[in-house]
Each structure stands twice: as structure tokens, then as C-alpha cells.
Design a protein. Sequence first.
Length: 330
Amino acid sequence: MTFSPTENAACPVCGAREAQPLQTLRDRLWSRPGVFQMARCQVCSHGFLAVRPTQEGMGAYYEGLYDEVGVGIEEKLQRSVLAQMLNWRRMRALNARRRFRPGARHLDVGCGVSSLLRQLAARGLAAVGLDFEEAACQSQRAYCEGLDVELWRGTLDEAYDSAGGVVDEGRQRFASASMIHYLEHTFTPVEDLRRVYQRLEPGGAIVVEVPSIESFHRSLFQSYWLPYLPPQHISLFSRRSLRRAFKDAGFVGVRVRGASAPFIGLSSFAIWWTWVMGRKSSLSRPVQTLAWPLAFLWGAVVLLGDLGSFWLLAKSGHADHLRVTAVKPR
Ligand SMILES: [Zn+2]
Ligand SMILES: [Zn+2]
């Protein structure tokens, strides 16, 4: 992969240029080229890549994600019992804002290969999944065979229009929507929320989940923290910047909660290990040998913390993820 040009960006939520540099980042998972700068907006406290690839250059960082091997791995992870449990909690949060009715239409933006569409259909909803990737849509068609699930490919505007949204506005509106780990990837988070808002019926509700800039693990692991995921993660939201984005998009009754994210601590530790103690280390052998006992001890502490602290981190407001529910006024 060749290096793609970068640009200097303003805050994607409020447009401010006043930002405090937070962390210099490089791709620690696949070692793809590029150096990026995460910054914190001084106006709305949003975390964002102030130095990032251009929109054209970003495509290269998603290549290969959905090749044959990639789809297989993603399907296993995203349809595991654990992933289904997390989706169940998201559905419960959404159902509390807008009761599920049989046949009600639901839109899942950036559905990927997740099990959410199938779980929604099992609850009697008519689910529509939207994704850019043909491979993801194909995988979902096979996975949701025989259920009331429709797949749209492309942008929301185009897909909605070609599904008859313009001529049949009333029938095409959605009672509820979801964006699970989508918003941190987009160059235009507020506009994308507004687009969904426009397609919801009055009283419709949305559930959104994103990584949190206020995470405890982020301060602990610094640039090795998995959800930095540069440069795909353009945005890392704070409670404040999330509330602002939802209000600017038109939503009311915005509720933000910490959401537990299993194994982020352990995955971040594995990344740290690879770069500091393992394969990609620049430390000399004797230094590494001396550091091993300490590193193992730290790993054990992280594992224990990761298994036992979901609840505590979510309660204290320093979980790795934030979950939002909000409604469109009647
Ligand atoms: Zn801002
Ligand atoms: Zn993400």
C-alpha cells in the first residue's frame, strides 16, 4: 500500500479549529503507512483526527477488510454469543424509548456482518440493513434468509430514493434506527445523524454506540489502545460532543450511558506486548528479559480488570464505549 496524502481537519462535530494535541498515532494492527494526530476540541471536547487521510485516500485503509478471509473472521466474531448479548442490550435500550411493534420498520446504518438485523427480525421487526460493502450485504442475505430483512447498498440518500422513498414517503419511514460503531468512521457525523433523523417517523427512536475518548483504558494504554484504530476512527466522542451532535441533528431526549466493551483492555495489552516486548520491539534482548516479569504481572492485572470491571467502568463513566438513545419529537 502506498502512502496516501493527509489533510488538516477541523472538529467534525462543531467545526472549531481550536484543538489540543492528544496523541500521535500510527497503525499498530497492520502497520500500514501514515502518521496521524488525535486532538481534543477545546469547544465541544470531541476527540478527532486533526491530521488524517483525505476522503479519497481513506478508501485504501479499508481494502482487504472484507476479502474472503476477513469476512469469515468478522462473521465469527460478530455473530458469537457474546456479540449477540451486546446486541440484545442495545435492543433493550432502544425498545425502552420506542416499543417494538410487529412489522415496524427498522434501519441499521453500517450493518456490516453483525447479527443485529437477524435479532431484530426475530423480534418481528421489518429490518433494513445499509452498508457500502457488497460482501457485507451478500453475507447478510445468506445469514438472514427467509426473514423480513432487506439489504441496501451505498449511501442512505441514494438507497432510500431507489427503494421508493421519494414517491412513497409515508410507507418508507422508519420507526427506529441503529448505528453501531459507525459514527466514528464518518467524515460527517452530524449530517449522517440528520439524514437518519429525516427518515424516522415522528416519535421514532435511535440507538448509537461509539468508542469513548473518556475511556480509562485509553489513558492506561495510550497509543496502544485498540479503539484508536487510526486512521479509520476519525472521531472519538465524549459525552458532551455526542449530546451536541444529536441535538444539532434534531433529536430530543438524548441519553448517553457508558457501555461495557469486553476484552478491549486485553486486546490493547496484546498490541502493547507486540510493540514493546514482542515481534516489533525495538528494545534490546537484555532489557526485554529484565522487563518480562513486570510485563507478565501487568498482563495478569489487565486480564483480571478486564473480566471484573465492565460494570465498574460503565458506572464510573470511563467505559470504552458510549451508548446513546434519542427520539424524534412527535
Ligand atoms: Zn468541537
Ligand atoms: Zn469503529
